[in-house]
Design a protein around this ligand. Sequence first.
Ligand code: PLP
Length: 430
Amino acid sequence: MSDGPTYGFDTLQIHAGARPDPATGSRQTPIYQTTAYVFRDADHAAALFNLQEVGYIYSRLTNPTVAVLQERIATLEGGAGAVCCSSGHAAQIMALFPLMGPGCNVVASTRLYGGSVTQLSQTIKRFGWSATFVDTDDLDAVKAAIDENTRAVFCESIANPGGYVTDIRALADIADAAGLPLIVDNTSATPYLCRPIEHGATLVVHSTTKYLTGNGTVTGGCVVDSGTFDWSASDKFPSLSQPEPAYHGLKFHETFGPLAFTFHGIAIGLRDLGMTMNPQGAHYTLMGIETLSLRMQRHVENAERVAGWLEADDRVDYVTYAGLPSSPYAERVKAQYPKGAGALFTFAVKGGYDACVKLVNALEIFSHVANLGDARSLIIHSASTTHRQLTPEQQEAAGAGANVVRISIGIEDADDLIADLDQALSKATA
Ligand SMILES: Cc1ncc(COP(=O)(O)O)c(C=O)c1O
């Protein structure tokens, strides 16, 4: 696409970042299945390695198919640049890597995907990093959790599993006042339902495994940079503002301005951590993204119907869907998620743990899997699976108690989904 008029979301999800292949005219983005790229001559090679010229060296760093996906996601999120990587979890490490160092901490929401809670509460300790968890609806607690060693605030827009919606603007204001970047995991909302950068986020991370691909075929991740954060305003982010020893003393912020974080992610993050997305994976995600808006509209429409039906059913204790008119988040949804509250939520089954287990066993259309954001409807009992490593208190805080199941509503016929839940609830609560 040319740098012409500003196109709408539906146009950009198909065209952004792509142009007919210069070698063949291929209309669809080719899968550049190659490890390395021939340099024109020795000077060209040196210029590429010095980051004086942008181009392709080796597919651990950059690949033309992956580059199209990066530009597409950056455009849809309204960011300056993006780096794709091998999974959503890889994206979270890639986002934190330039910011953190031994002794530094991230202030994170208690309402995160269970795997993210484990990654941030346990695994990052090996790097000498730590996380302080807070209820991000308690803004005073967020402010109080920030100390001189904090380097970022981290939340999910629509939180997995509860479907709670986060007040991104309020968190961005707190992070801003403290001179910190706000990182938003926008996996469950996608840029179709929410564009965190417009609400003040600095970085957006994605598990492209979910709705962006939309068909449950590949794992992938992405870090989008807004390009708006002043990394040189304090001495907190030396990897970006000071000479970087891992790239012969290059000052990323001074050299690349709004693209500093993106260049750092490629030149150091992918180069040294090696969490690269492969071109075949990028191809599947590019295919999925072409229909993102259409799928999300249907996901939301179905979720609203199913959640409304469940809420009215007396075999169900409560439904957490933020898109219900009865939700305490209804006003927030209108303000920051105007196209809907997504399609991921939990509900509590009367009969507790045993009833939940019977329910997942009895469903026929819903698949019992550890995934979300597929065209298919999915269900999981989080407490015995994705959130199993968490303490009961952490499970409760994350909205994944023993009596709740999480559902990811697909794009099938809503009537069929309701009928399936109806028959399975009868068996589960008989
Ligand atoms: C909200 C959220 N973020 C991140 C991840 C991690 O993504 P991946 O499985 O691609 O590593 C998940 C996985 O379920 C998720 O639900």
